[in-house]
Design a protein around this ligand. Sequence first.
Ligand code: NAP
Length: 483
Amino acid sequence: MAAGQPRVAIVGAGMSGLCMAAKLRQAGFDDLVVHESASEVGGTWRDNTYPGLSCDVPARFYSYSFAPHAGWSRNFAPGAEIQRYFVGASADLGLRGHIRFNSEIARAEWDGRRYRLRTSDGHTDHADVLVAATGVLREPRLPDIDGLSSFAGAAFHSARWDHSVTLRGKRIAVIGTGSTGVQLTSALAGVAKPLTLFQRTAQWVLPLPQLPYSPVSRAALRAVPGLNRLSYRSYQHLMELVFGHAAVEPGWQRTAVAEICRSYLRLAIRDAGVRAKLTPPDDPMCKRLIMSASFYPALRRRDVHLVTDSITRVEPGGVRTSDGRLHEVDVIVLATGFDAHAFLRPMELVGENGLTLADAWQSGPRGYRTVAVPGFPNFFTLIGPHSPIGNHSLIAIAETQADYVLGWLERIRSGSVSTVVPTAEATSEFNSALRSAMPSTVWTTGCDSWYLGADGVPELWPWTPAVHRRMLASPVLPHFQVN
Ligand code: NAP
């Protein structure tokens, strides 16, 4: 390619797509388009509007390092506030003019020189470089429960909240006790009369309280921007020191987190019978750790019922469990999670020699160091396969990946590179190293979770975020075929 501005298309204007677009703009890449299937930015923060939604990564760290926000109202920001932050950032960073809303890329095909793009409503576009920023947790997973469609009341998934449904005073069932079910339970306790929580598997809870930031501290952060940076770095250091290590290697961090969870359960739930029901069969962090100081208190309420008998079916009047009991309810909320392995779906991606991503990933999503895929030139992924997505700030991870992609784009703009694609050998070496590192992680200690791929291997990063940064600090040229 001759030196000059490559045309870059980003798929998705969620957290990572905006991150990439912002970095490209800052670096002077102007031939840039972000295709967004919805009518607003924000991705998962736009789609999830359920009561009690908040981010369990500290707000001062769950922000772009290049767009600090002094105005967070609490240490763990509410979902609506985070969504406002992304909308604001997209305007302040001059990105909105680059975003094509309601533009869903149905197909992207490499023609030997560039990608030809087709949207689901038939528009066409092209791109020299394609960046997939389509997120991980976007396809709601609906449970396969008999009779669900026969329910006479309102039933919906947590990520598709039906705001027309009145909740106060209603008999509400929440199915699922992941991060979402726990936040919902805390928020709906006292609103629902009663709230019935259906738990299939208990989960460990780390008691991190929601604390408001005072107007004084917000004013101080506005007045002294350095305080924001200090705060970001302090949280990053703390999160990486504790959670960055706890999940991936045995050590004091894992022991400490596990002990806090176990002690918290002992202290917060005094009833031995209830405690037994809430005691998970696996180790803390095997499933993604739940952060909540309000879940156990909610379960102590008389108008909150915990049901651990398995659900046999849903009937028009409610939820029937294996003990034969019908739990009569008016509303059913399915907090049953997402298909975390539906990377890029339903977009059809075609690379070299007609290779489709569906074929390349027949046995599961596999990439090169979380950012690229052999057979797909000039194609990069943000929060791609095996990204460090446990209890981390995905924003920090996306920034590392976007900086790496930017490095390649600088080479393309300078004309020294025309096409770049990771080799199959380097990718398979990387994936072998991943597999070898998995036994040290807590995710393989015997639980089922959305972390696990179809082959039972966690689709996560088995090292610390610092190793991710090191691996993506600069391209290892022999790992690529470059023209
Ligand atoms: P999840 O962690 O996958 O949990 C789904 C829950 O639904 C589990 O308790 C699961 O039980 C249960 N379930 C699924 N199918 C069921 C069925 N047929 N019958 C009964 N129970 C069923 O989903 P999530 O809570 O939506 O969270 C997903 C991820 O989203 C989180 O891990 C996190 O990464 C992210 N999230 C983050 C935040 C945040 O604050 N940052 C908030 C919410 C979500 P089993 O455990 O038995 O499978």
